[in-house]
Design a binder for this molecule. Sequence first.
Ligand SMILES: NC(=O)c1ccc[n+]([C@@H]2O[C@H](COP(=O)([O-])OP(=O)(O)OC[C@H]3O[C@@H](n4cnc5c(N)ncnc54)[C@H](O)[C@@H]3O)[C@@H](O)[C@H]2O)c1
Length: 247
Amino acid sequence: MKLYNKVAIVTGSAQGIGRSIAEIFAFEGANIVVSDININLAQQTANEIKTQYHVEVIAVASNVSKLEDCKNLVKTSLDKFNKIDILVNNAGITKDNLVLKMSEFDWDSVIAVNLKGVFNCTKAVSRIMLKRREGKIVNIASVVAQMGNPGQVNYSASKGGIIAMTKTCAREFAERNVLVNAIAPGFIKTAMTEKLTTAQRHAMISAVPLAKFGDASDIAKAALFLVSDDNTYITGHILAVNGGMYM
Ligand SMILES: NC(=O)c1ccc[n+]([C@@H]2O[C@H](COP(=O)([O-])OP(=O)(O)OC[C@H]3O[C@@H](n4cnc5c(N)ncnc54)[C@H](O)[C@@H]3O)[C@@H](O)[C@H]2O)c1
């Protein structure tokens, strides 16, 4: 088991990529904090993971855009497990529109969840990890941060900010053996991409050399590698998991 007895917080893990990450970590023996703004679904997911993988799992309601929620998430996790080995900053939203039409509200809310949320959770957990001189943080960015995407100025900017934050945190935390990396997924089959029309889907697949959408488990397997003991010397890296869409 690659994560036996580790403790992992995964934000936005009630469903989608976050849930898949929580599941593979549990399969590898980690105890899990399923954190989400949707506490009912988070509780259901936590129950299912606990039953299936026989590890300790708790659900904690948390809106990552609020620093107090993130501090409470860390405190609740520590009260239960006494340590935190892993943080995956996965929670994210989209509110797409062209620059000309995008409202200030849609800009602010995507930046608040996707970008400030990563800062809030990282800040809340950093004291614990730095003190222990051990920890792994993985941030979920996006291929659109690297190549741009019409209609996603707020989202791509938030994900670009995550890439920059990943590198800065990696440098700040390195002397305390806290490794910080990011994954930049391409198009992955989840609720987020279900909103796309058939025409949009075909256009996207034609831009992917592997000619298909990825599965949430493709991201989860990459996250597992980055947080496991197999990774002791990679930090500040942006791992592309995109079917070759951007190289
Ligand atoms: N699906 C893709 O193609 C794709 C591609 C690149 C990057 N990503 C990124 O992967 C991550 C997960 O995406 P997904 O496709 O699984 O999306 P999803 O919509 O299926 O799941 C996102 C989860 O985050 C939770 N969430 C939303 N706002 C929150 C908040 N303020 N605080 C806490 N939790 C919140 C939601 O309740 C949900 O459970 C996101 O950061 C997304 O930007 C997804």
